[in-house]
Design a binder for this molecule. Sequence first.
Ligand SMILES: NC(=O)c1ccc[n+]([C@@H]2O[C@H](COP(=O)([O-])OP(=O)(O)OC[C@H]3O[C@@H](n4cnc5c(N)ncnc54)[C@H](O)[C@@H]3O)[C@@H](O)[C@H]2O)c1
Length: 724
Amino acid sequence: MSNVKNEYLECTVGDDGIAIININQVNEPANLYHFNFVNAYADVADKLIADEGVSGVIVTSTRRMFMAGGDLRMLGAPIPDTKVFFDGMMVIHRRMRAIETSGKPFVAAINGTALGGGMELCLTCHHRIAINSPKVKLGFPESKVGLLPGGGGTAKAAYLMGMQTGLMYLLQGTEARPPKALKDGLIDDIADSPEELIAKAKKWIAENPNPVMPWDNKKHRIPGGGIWSPNGVQTMMGAVGNISKMTHGNYPAQRYILQVVHDGMQVPIDRALEIEARYFTKIVQAPEAKNMIRTGFMGMQAAKKGKARPKDEPKYEVKKLGILGAGMMGAGIAYVSAKAGMEVVLKDVTMEGAQKGKSYSNMLLEKAIAKKRSTPEKATALLSKITPTDDPNAMEGCDLVIEAVFEDPNLKDKVTKQTESVLAADKVYASNTSTIPITLLAKSSARPENFIGIHFFSPVDKMPLVEIIVGEKTESKAIAAAVDYTIAIGKIPIVVNDSRGFFTSRCFGTFVNEGMFLLQEGVPAAMIENIAKQKGMPVGPLAVHDEVSLTLSMHVFESNPDEKTPDQIKSYEMIKDLVANGRKGKKYGAGFYDYPEGGKKKLWKELGAKYNSNIDALDKETVAKRIMHMQALESYRCLDEGVLNSVIDGDIGSVLGWGFPIYTGGAISYIDYVGIQQFVADCDDFTTKYGQRWAVPDSLRALAEAGKSIHAFGKNKAEKLQEA
Ligand SMILES: NC(=O)c1ccc[n+]([C@@H]2O[C@H](COP(=O)([O-])OP(=O)(O)OC[C@H]3O[C@@H](n4cnc5c(N)ncnc54)[C@H](O)[C@@H]3O)[C@@H](O)[C@H]2O)c1
């Protein structure tokens, strides 16, 4: 066979009779698993199989990654014809099976990360060798975007790794480094260099001229036993329990994976692949998968690439960062920034306070070293980048200053003025305030055009979101600087406009408040907490309020000079009463919950009597709707008012900012998820029963009446006014 080169791969046959297929999808950002590629690959494979002069085939890649996975752009889009899609999947399976049963050895020489479809392509090769690099990841992350491995991975994983480990890879989307993948049976060998990788592959071909796949080999023993072995039965039963606990039935992919493994392991592989294809065709059309791909993959990728930055602004590089306040937030910001290679000046009132802030990095690094995620050398290098100080003049020469002092407007006014006296006029100054409007804080600044909000979440080293807040006078250079800085420290930015509480704190607050209102109306606390978790919130509204602390909520209310709504007053009165009873929140050992030392938190016993709790106060469905709809409605208001610039920003912000469940697509897409007309009807009903906080904005009603999706949202109020 003559050599081949096309837009997907290059294939050369060596003098030794061994063909090497180099996957190189020149028109794609990375090698991807999709219909066109697989067919092009199978065309070449067919020819190599038919060629008697070819003794075996090595499949590798010219790209840094072997293959990134399925093409989520295609899988995230609507599937125009279900039958055509299913038939296409079956064609792929048949063509890959022709390779597996050809009797000619195919070896995957995995030179870089192989995930999802990429790993599944390797499973159609008779032997898998991966290069032993810490940068290489192997596994099936499909369930993380709401899908199941549909290229044969679901049907085959247990044959290689056993029921328990196989299911773990499939259900949790495990991505393993080569040594672990070898130990688990996902691959057969590892190599230390590219040369050794090819040499080992050639040797295996020479020694195994007529290989058979484990699933075609009657003598193959599944590690730990098959589906009807005691171990297999126990694993399946355990998995059913774990999944319902983990997903509360909100994520169908996990359920389908279990079903495919359960049914597929009892029938021959060709039938198992057909079962897998049926479930894959189903899951790929599920709203949960579309939502997870759109928000969790497409949206976050675009945000990470700086979608929100003003295009014409040059890149803003932060070499030296100043931080005012070395408390909880300042200390965390110092760590993530030094980790990204920036010089950090960390300032507090006293040297001792600043040192304490730096020691936070030390503590995180010690943990990372213990877990082998860092080394003492790297830790020393990182720490040497953080300079603690008590001198305000040390902010001189910084490219960006982030203020994270107490939430006190007068103090913030003082430090802004102090800093601007030494900070170069063209540099950017940001506040990490969580509640005070940026436009208000910018009044302290002589250069409001360079003043912006950079709102981190706690704990800074773990939370991936940064909410960037544009004040009335903030100019595009400052926005570009904030976005560039956020991306440089590896976090995901959303850019929002100014409002009290911005987007995240404002909408998160409605979750907490609705929980309190339900309690006050007699819904038992345990019911509120459990229903919120069943709907996919990471913690209930009462538990999360304890974590934030009730005293902080009081402070936020009291320091807000705006006129208060009756609902705000109602929630404040309730908090004030609890605080007066010594129930201040988690860090004080008592809030809605009791926090016994060394024990698990328990709901405060008196809550039931205090609020006349009654299991029949409200039905479960209404409680669920009030908890979830309220967050969505407030998020929509932010869009309508122009606090948010787009649906996707609200979706990303809600998922990453306060843990709104991603199967819904995020707090705004949630409206489509429940159905926009149903949503509006529910809110109308609630307006009658519970008051004006449920009033639906006109633009939302118009979308519902027109039967449109929330993604058809056009212009916000300010834009419409401008046009008029
Ligand atoms: N804690 C959170 O979860 C969170 C989240 C997002 C934003 N924020 C905001 O971040 C800011 C800081 O919050 P925190 O939780 O880190 O508070 P904190 O109380 O832990 O730390 C504040 C620090 O500022 C220092 N400070 C006071 N005056 C100073 C001055 N003149 N110069 C330098 N340092 C000074 C204090 O000594 C203290 O160490 C607040 O505006 C808060 O609203 C907090």
